[in-house]
Design a protein around this ligand. Structure first.
Ligand code: SF4
Length: 482
């Protein structure tokens, strides 16, 4: 069973552990690089990609500014088409609603398509506690469920596992024959799941988009498992975060063209399912369709005019693949369901800034995430805003080895920078003091291996520090310009 709850405060320990794991480093490096380069290739083929991003952003802005209106319209449309809408303010509400639907269906087992909001509300644990088996059917989700972990990536839950890991896992948990051939591994998973699909009474999915105009729930995928989850069982339950609404059916094309390309570099994913109500006479599909609209912190984010922008996210994962921090520390270091730059933004809003205080600081603010985001969320700007709030509400406690607090340190730096003589004296003192520190390398390429005092000591925990040149830049500049 995966650990439950939010563990974002332990990001530093988890990050250190991940960075010391060569196997994990290679899995993240190769997978994120592959997704990143596929995306580059795919967007290069789309004329007018920028206007498309602008349009998607405008649509999201429109929805978020009038979410009450569009939610009501969506709910009316679902009911009109014969579906049933349930409103869940919290994770507990959502789990209770789902349990009741499953009990009413007389089932003790459900099949699930990939759903991040399902992970967010810890649905599997709630169902398990109620004696209901929840079986993940997305290959990546199935792998992380078998290994008792959380997804490590929004789009690719098992990104941290190589095929050798998956092979070991299948041998141990499914008693399969050892193989490292991806096709054979997929066939093993398919065989296991087919029997479960055939007997399942209740199927669950998330939603990539929910169309207000038509009451349709739209899911996109590559494996076909979500399609089986939503059509084979007698009852379909769609878990929908309230930010997933889009206004009109005609807007869907804008988002579909962006999502596949940004996520995996595909023009479109293999399956796009548009589910509108339960089956009509003469059709295949479920007898009942339930849509659970989940708030769980979203209206709090919506109320903050600055942070509202984070709800534009369409969960493509492109910001994760490009983020130098995510690539090094991996998804599990973030300590909750959503990782990477978008996780650092939305986790504090969904679980409270106190619980996820460290996350906005887990960024180099390089801006790569903003560059790739299909809905142009200004992630670095929002992270800075959150950092300010975090500092206001809960000023950082002193770090081990911290001689001067960060705030005082910055003031001291500003004071010294305004007084050239203090700056030069400080530089001379540092150059003198540094001679006694442990170092490696010879004359001309000397590296300090251990710096005292936080935050400098943190730098040398992971890498060496180049010894400053004995001649200060100002003196060299004087000589050069004389
Ligand atoms: S923030 Fe943007 S890039 Fe990141 S997952 Fe969301 S939509 Fe994709």
């Amino acid at each position: 069973m995966s650990e439950t709850g939010v563990h974002s405060s332990a990001i530093h320990e988890r990050a250190q552990k991940a960075m010391g794991d060569a196997h994990l480093q290679e899995a993240y490096r190769s997978s994120t690089l592959r997704l990143y380069s596929h995306r580059m290739g795919a967007i290069g083929q789309v004329p007018g990609f920028e206007p498309l991003r602008e349009r998607a952003r405008e649509l999201k802005r429109e929805v978020m500014n009038h979410l009450d209106y569009y939610l009501a319209q969506f709910a009316d449309s679902v009911e009109r088409e014969g579906g049933k809408v349930h409103w869940a303010r919290t994770a507990e509400d959502a789990c209770a609603i789902v349990k009741e639907i499953v009990r009413n269906a007389g089932a003790n087992e459900v099949v699930k398509g990939k759903s991040m909001v399902g992970e967010e509300i810890e649905l599997n644990h709630a169902l398990e506690a109620a004696g209901i088996d929840a079986i993940e059917t997305d290959l990546g989700e199935m792998i992380v469920q078998l290994s008792g972990e959380r997804p490590a990536h929004i789009v690719a839950p098992a990104i941290h596992k190589t095929r050798h890991d998956v092979s070991d896992l299948f041998v141990e948990k499914l008693h399969s024959t050892r193989t490292e051939d991806p096709e054979q591994l997929t066939a093993i998973a398919r065989k296991t799941l087919r029997e479960i699909f055939a007997r399942a009474e209740v199927g669950m999915s998330g939603a990539n988009f929910a169309v207000a105009e038509t009451g349709s729930v739209v899911t996109i995928e590559n494996e076909g498992n979500i399609r089986l989850c939503t059509t084979a069982p007698r009852v379909h339950v769609a878990l929908v975060g309230i930010e997933k609404i889009i206004p009109r059916f005609s807007d869907l094309g804008v988002f579909l063209r962006l999502l596949g390309r940004s996520a995996t570099g595909q023009k479109l994913t293999s399956y796009t399912s548009i589910l509108t109500g339960p089956r009509r006479p003469g059709e295949d599909g479920p007898d009942e369709m339930h849509v659970v609209l989940i708030d769980n912190g979203r209206t709090g984010a919506l109320a903050d005019e600055k942070m509202r922008e984070a709800l534009y996210c369409i969960r493509c994962g492109a910001c994760l693949n490009t983020c130098p921090v995510y690539r090094k520390i991996g998804g599990h270091a973030y300590g909750w369901v959503y990782s990477g730059p978008i996780g650092a933004l939305i986790t504090p809003q969904f679980v409270g800034l106190n619980q996820a205080r460290e996350l906005p600081f887990a960024s180099s603010l390089c801006g790569a995430c903003r560059e790739v985001c299909p809905v142009k969320i200004n992630i670095p700007d929002l992270l800075l805003h959150l950092r300010g709030e975090a500092q206001e509400r809960t000023p950082a406690t002193p770090h081990a080895g911290e001689v001067v607090s960060e705030r005082k340190g910055m003031r001291l730096w500003a004071w010294a920078m305004k007084r050239p003589w203090v700056f030069s004296l400080g530089g001379a003192a540092v150059r003198l003091g540094i001679r006694w520190l442990p170092s490696s390398g010879g004359q001309g390429s000397k590296w300090i291996t251990r710096l005292p005092f936080y935050p400098f000591s943190n730098w040398t925990k992971g890498r060496d520090f180049p010894e400053p040149d004995p001649v200060p830049f100002r003196e060299r500049w004087k000589k050069l310009s004389s």
